[in-house]
Write a protein that binds this ligand. Structure first.
Ligand code: DAH
Length: 368
């Protein structure tokens, strides 16, 4: 009996001395666990006489109950002490700014935005998107587009050529299999006509390359090409498409355009298009003013190009245009130096970029 009382006193003292929940658990295991001291005592009951078992059993179970209660009470005390300690150490400064998630703080580059905007506009008019490789052959970039071999128009393109291969067709100036970085998106016209049957209605946005670098030129830039081939396509359709595109893209109700005669080997007649604008204290307004800004080249696809791409010019005709994406992005969003588009300056991107979840659509608004 005295042993039992001593054991009880000892365990209760151990419970009181347990400084944290782990220490308390150790006391529990040492007393009530499978090999604990109280469990060991309970195991001796089987060998006792019925009378002894009655009194001893009751006494041991009483100690067991007291220990169980003491453990539970101490656990509560320790738990609330731990919570108090956490609350004291983990104070929250509610005046700190809320940290934005990546989707909120990231920005879409203005070029990607403009790419999406113009795709939305032309898709709404029924155009599909065609793509081609950045590394092209001389044949697709020039020859099939009616740039005669040795013609000065080839030199106007300041081309990045790859080294010629064994093949004589890739000799410099042979106009054949020599590889180059495409100088315009027009070779995608060729690829489209070679792989699709008319009627054709595609736009071809993509990267283009020329050896050129100043405030208005970068060696790598972007163009979007448009191509329509059908039996009755004519310049009136082209003018309407470009007019509607400019109104939708610049988000104005009214725009004045000027079509000037020009020269491109792959179109006949060829035209360059200016839009009317006014520049006022760094602001630009379209549809008014004295300034004319050139934004694209276009024309009726030259019969030689149709022929080179397996389309009979006596049956089909069409028109095409090519526009600098960087240039229209700068015009619309008021950027002064083309090179900034390629600087990867995060502060610039924070200012000029767009929220990732605000995808441009005609119904929801292009740039809002
Ligand atoms: N490829 C021309 C350039 O880069 C732009 C161009 C002009 C494309 C007239 C066309 C076009 O499709 O019809 O300068």
């Amino acid at each position: 009996m005295t042993d039992l009382a001593a054991l009880e006193t000892q365990i209760i003292a151990d419970i009181a001395a347990a400084g944290d929940e782990a220490a308390l658990e150790a006391v529990r295991v040492a007393s009530l666990g499978k090999k604990g001291s109280i469990s060991a005592l309970l195991a001796t009951l089987g060998k006792m006489s019925p009378d002894e078992r009655k009194t001893q059993g009751a006494a041991i179970n009483l100690v067991k109950d007291k220990v169980t209660q003491a453990l539970a009470a101490r656990r509560e005390v320790l738990k609330s002490a731990a919570l108090d300690a956490r609350l004291a150490s983990e104070t929250v400064d509610v005046t700190l700014p809320v940290r934005e998630t990546a989707a909120e703080s990231g920005r879409i580059h203005p070029l990607s935005q403009v790419w999406d905007e113009l795709t939305a506009i032309f898709a709404d008019m029924g155009f599909s998107v065609a793509e081609g490789p950045d590394v092209e052959t001389d044949d697709y970039n020039f020859t099939k587009l009616n740039f005669p071999i040795g013609h000065p128009a080839r030199e106007m393109h300041d081309t990045f050529f790859f080294h010629p291969k064994e093949d004589p067709g890739s000799a410099p100036g042979a106009g054949g299999s020599r590889m180059l970085l495409r100088t315009h998106t027009s070779p995608v016209q060729v690829r489209t006509m070679l792989s699709q049957k008319p009627p054709i209605r595609v736009i071809c946005p993509g990267r283009t390359y020329r050896i050129d670098s100043d405030a208005t030129h970068t060696p790598q830039f972007h163009q979007v090409e448009g191509l329509v081939i059908d039996k009755g396509s004519h310049l009136g359709h082209l003018k309407w498409i470009l007019h509607e595109f400019c109104k939708a893209f610049f988000e104005v109700d009214h725009i004045n355009m000027r079509f000037r005669p020009s020269f491109f080997p792959f179109t006949e007649p060829s035209l360059e298009v200016d839009i009317q604008c006014r520049r006022d204290k760094g602001e630009i307004r379209f549809g008014e003013g004295e300034d004319w800004l050139e934004i694209l080249g276009c024309g009726m696809v030259h019969p030689n190009v149709l022929r080179a791409c397996g389309i009979d010019p006596d049956e089909y005709q069409g028109f095409a245009w090519g526009m600098g994406i960087d240039r229209i992005a700068m015009l619309k969003y008021g950027m002064s130096d083309l090179r900034q588009l390629f600087d990867s300056d995060v502060r610039w991107l924070q200012h000029y970029g767009f929220k990732p979840l605000e995808v441009p659509t005609l119904a929801g608004g292009l740039s809002s």
